[in-house]
Design a protein around this ligand. Sequence first.
Ligand code: TXA
Ligand code: MG
Length: 329
Amino acid sequence: MSDRQVTTDINLALEALRAGQLVAIPTETVYGLGADARNDEAVRKIFAAKGRPADHPLIVHIGDAAQMKDWALTVSPAAQLLADALWPGPLTLLLQRHASVSDVVTGGRPTIGLRVPDHSLTLALLVAFGGGVAAPSANRFGKVSPTTAAHVVADLGEAVDLVLDGGPCRVGVESTIVDLSGEVPEVLRLGGISLDQIAEVLGEMPRVRVAAEPSDRGAKAPGMLESHYAPDAKIIVVDESAAIETLIDALANADGPVGLLSPAAMICLPEGIVELEPAGIASEYASVLYSRLRQADRLGITTLVVIPPSSVGIGAAVCDRLQRAASNR
Ligand code: TXA
Ligand code: MG
């Protein structure tokens, strides 16, 4: 990909979407690989570019909550409440799909995932476009999600026609997915909106049904089953109290450089540890998590010992991604 294909000009992005091309879009969570959700041929290109199985449904990004009715059969009171309170924002709502929605977007499922992202450039693009933009995270299937335009270019290269550069993603982990298509709301993926924020809107804690293990066949969000969020380095998640012992053990057994990622700088580290820049408290940790994992790979780190942030609020999503990265090898 040439520099010419990275732009901040939404008019170029608009033309490309209308022409059925692939446009990487910035959001507050991660970059998405977008195409016109009403154009099957364009949407098929997303699956080809990512190497993603065709039965994995895509989230449709819209510019305004009023467009929910174009994609969903009915907009339940809970859906309206959540959309009014938390959109634009890192929340995806699963609703029964409208008959006009293509199987290519939903992977043949009866539901559709919808979200109004909180990023000024992409919101302006979506409003000007008027339709929906289907977009998974703009990484190759199973890899770490991109949080900068440069990550997208590094992952997808020529497979994407245009990258809309909106700077580094503010939140840094993907949206929280709430399934509202059944009897009771169920959270299928932890993300940028916390369970407490959802409970505050709905008046009760939602049920949580995130796939615990890659082998959890009961999981309802198929993307959560695969080896996701995984860098090349082996990830070992430990409490701070066990970190030094784990690092010493890793140094003795690793077949390459051993790294450390932690919320704050640590004293008395064993010699030879590659200490990544501390990730900070949970919200800061979320915003740098994926770039730190990419950095570990760039530095050739083969074992990365990770001390997670507190699991409160968005920290729960960070801990979830770290557990997946650790278990998926
Ligand atoms: O923050 C985000 O959600 C980002 C940005 C780009 O919006 N998007 C994102 O998309 O993370 P993706 O495709 O990488 O992850 C979406 C997850 C997948 O696991 C997919 O299977 C699930 O949501 N999903 C989407 N629509 C669904 C549906 N109708 N039923 C069940 N799962 C669905
Ligand atoms: Mg993804």
